[in-house]
Design a binder for this molecule. Structure first.
Ligand SMILES: [Zn+2]
Length: 266
């Protein structure tokens, strides 16, 4: 567990920062994939954890939620519009845009449903953080903001990882996993007023460069869209919306499955 700020830790996954889980005071934010439950519980040993909160109900964030809440006997909170996905079997995948990659990997990673004790709304307090409603990637995506030291937990509104090559890079979440990309961009624009000193992502290493973060968010909103540069484009041969698997696609599926599997301790 690595300390990033006062009372804020990131639980390392494997590969490092591929899928992030945070401990904020006594609150566990996100829970990676179904395969991560034992690792997360082991890392939390000796810590006081009284609450689990989600940025959003996607398989790489809610996968271990049920197992962790059950093991620790703690309640689960998430954004009000994601609560239905968290509580209903099959609903996480049903709410995702149809695509061969999510259809292949999603069901493997998705955790069982779990009752949501509190449906979060704008301005709610979660530990020392305040909820900002940031829909788009999912309908009920929320971010967490701590004014006192300028810490922002953005979930997948913005990512700092190119999932196709594993390198840190500010990016929008993949469209193939995003319910409403235009709405997600409008949500990202809300960060411009915050001037965060530390940004914690669902994917990718934390960023302390406020100017770079804000410039990126501004570029998304100013252009009304973000055309991927050559370096950002998915690997060659990857079908985007074709719904068919090519040899390149098969390699991608293997790579993504490996990330989930290696999370589980041996
Ligand atoms: Zn994610």
């Amino acid at each position: 567990m690595k300390q990033l700020a006062d009372d804020l830790y990131v639980l390392e996954g494997f590969p490092p920062y591929a899928i992030n889980v945070y401990l904020v005071g006594e609150v566990l934010i996100d829970a990676a994939t179904r395969f991560a439950a034992r690792r997360i519980l082991r890392r939390l040993r000796g810590r006081t954890v009284t609450l689990h909160a989600l940025t959003h109900a996607h398989p790489d964030h809610q996968g271990a939620s049920h197992a962790i809440c059950a093991a620790l006997g703690i309640p689960l909170w998430c954004g009000q519009a994601d609560a239905g996905a968290m509580e209903t079997a099959g609903e996480v995948m049903r709410r995702m845009p149809p695509h061969w990659l999510s259809a292949t990997v999603g069901p493997l990673w998705t955790g069982p449903p779990h009752p949501v004790s509190r449906r979060l709304r704008e301005g709610d307090q979660v530990g020392t953080f305040t909820v900002i409603e940031t829909p788009g990637h999912t309908a009920g995506h929320v971010s967490f903001w701590r004014q006192a030291d300028g810490v922002l937990v953005v979930g997948d509104v913005v990512c700092n990882l190119n999932i196709w090559n594993g390198r840190p890079m500010l990016r929008e979440p993949e469209r193939i996993f995003t319910l409403d990309p235009a709405q997600n961009r409008r949500s990202a624009a809300r960060f411009l007023a915050l001037e965060p000193k530390l940004v914690c992502f669902g994917h990718g290493p934390p960023l302390r460069d406020t100017r770079r973060f804000l410039a990126y968010v501004r570029s998304l909103t100013a252009s009304g869209g973000h055309a991927a540069t050559a370096a950002e484009r998915p690997i060659a041969g990857l079908p985007d919306h074709l719904g068919v698997a090519t040899p390149g696609a098969a390699a991608t599926i293997r790579a993504v499955k490996t990330i989930g599997k290696t999370e589980s301790p041996r």
